[in-house]
Design a protein around this ligand. Structure first.
Ligand code: NAD
Length: 296
């Protein structure tokens, strides 16, 4: 079993760290939010007073933070951990950030003799809790294989997309597609409802028809169709609109830089940005259902 430092204990990081404890690892944690630290302690993690305390003696460092600036700050900011890591440590960033930042973090750590992979995840909060996440990694074959010692205790699939940064590219491709599926599913359900259909019945019909997709299978955006999904919990406790908006911004930036044509991604980026600006940034991303309500 390994000694693991885990930094960033939010909706995703909290349950991921708890699963590492269940698997028998020694997990030292840090987060800026006191409630997150209390919950992690209850799950059997050891809390540290700062990031440097968490990484002391760690074989693996895992970061699960909101966006680029938080990752850069944790590694290289005033209390940055980079200079305190042992040469034997493997640093694994599971946040969804830009590929360029992942490459830059990897290069800076490499100068210090520290190995790094990007390993963003898919599977949502439910997958984090159940330990069934998919890890989409960028890094050397050897480093990704080594990361499997801890990633396999939090997920069921570990993919290597390519070198450092490639995991982030694959991740934003997936999330851009997810946003299109979510907006499209919400739109279809609103159309059916506006024409007198029961959304439960319509969902079942589309699930068994050619419109079948992940959102209908496990994440229906219409309240009351499914239990235990954010839409049936006032759109709380899932994947924030602001985070989806961030990922779609990354996808558009990447498309622009590479000359890829992504009109659907551009449209969902606009939808999610507007929804956030209308005050829904802290709701789950399936709340886009409400934006598509028919005009009375
Ligand atoms: P979250 O906002 O719930 O959690 C982020 C945590 O990071 C918070 O607890 C915050 O206090 C902590 N934090 C921020 N800055 C910090 C710092 N400098 N030091 C220590 N802790 C700090 O976010 P989340 O939903 O857990 O998502 C984390 C990452 O995973 C994001 O990049 C997101 O895009 C990605 N992701 C989320 C989901 C999902 O369904 N929520 C799914 C896949 C990927």
């Amino acid at each position: 079993m390994a000694q693991v430092a885990f930094i960033g204990l939010g909706n995703m990081g909290g349950p991921m760290a708890a699963n590492l404890v269940k698997a028998g690892h020694q997990v030292q944690v840090f987060d800026l939010a006191e409630p997150a630290l209390v919950a992690a302690e209850e799950a059997g993690c050891r809390r540290a007073d700062n990031p440097l305390g968490a990484v002391k003696g760690a074989d693996f460092v895992i970061t699960m933070l909101p966006a680029d600036k938080h990752v850069q700050n944790v590694y290289f900011g005033e209390q940055g951990i980079a200079k305190s890591l042992a040469k034997t440590t493997l640093a694994i960033d599971c946040s969804t950030i830009s590929s360029d930042t992942a490459v830059d973090v990897g290069a800076q750590l490499s100068k210090l003799g520290i190995r790094f992979i990007d390993a963003p995840v898919s599977g949502g909060v439910a997958g984090a809790k159940a330990g069934t996440l998919t890890f989409i990694c960028g890094g050397s074959d050897g480093d990704v294989e080594h990361a499997g010692h801890v990633l396999n205790d939090m997920g069921k699939n570990v993919f290597r997309a390519g070198d450092i940064g490639a995991g982030q590219i694959a991740k934003i491709c997936n999330n851009m597609l997810l946003s299109v599926l979510m907006a499209g599913t919400a739109e279809a359900l609103q159309l059916g409802q506006a024409n007198g259909l029961d959304p439960k019945v319509l969902s079942e019909i589309m699930l068994q028809s050619s419109g079948r997709n992940w959102t209908l299978e496990v994440y229906n955006p219409c309240p009351g169709v499914m239990d235990n999904v954010p839409s049936s919990n006032d759109y709380q406790g899932g994947f924030l609109v602001d985070l989806m908006s961030k990922d779609l911004g990354l996808a558009q930036k990447t498309a622009l830089a590479s000359g890829a044509t992504t009109p659907m991604g551009s449209l969902t980026h606009n939808l999610y940005q507007s929804w956030s600006q209308m005050g829904h940034g802290r709701e789950d991303f399936s709340s886009i259902f409400k934006l598509l309500q028919p005009k009375k």
